[in-house]
Design a protein. Structure first.
Length: 74
């Protein structure tokens, strides 16, 4: 079985249009509905699991990613 390197997460969110997670570098790329994109560093795989299972992606994203990781605008 091949190891997943990059995961694209489908989202239903009022402010996020798409998410892409790169396992090797632990980076999460977020494309916002406003047209901007950011890359968040050192996002743990367990956070991605929480996002996948979340009823509110925004709530999980704010709690575990937005306020707890370094980021850069792309």
């Amino acid at each position: 079985m091949a190891k997943i390197e990059t995961e694209y997460l489908g989202v239903e969110s009022s402010f996020i249009s798409s998410l892409r997670y790169i396992y090797a570098s632990r980076k999460l790329r977020v494309n916002y509905k406003s047209g901007t994109a950011y890359e968040y560093s050192d996002v743990k795989p367990k956070v991605i699991k929480k996002i996948r299972k979340a009823k509110s992606i925004g709530g999980v994203f704010h709690k575990y990613v937005l306020n707890n990781t370094n980021f850069k605008k792309l």
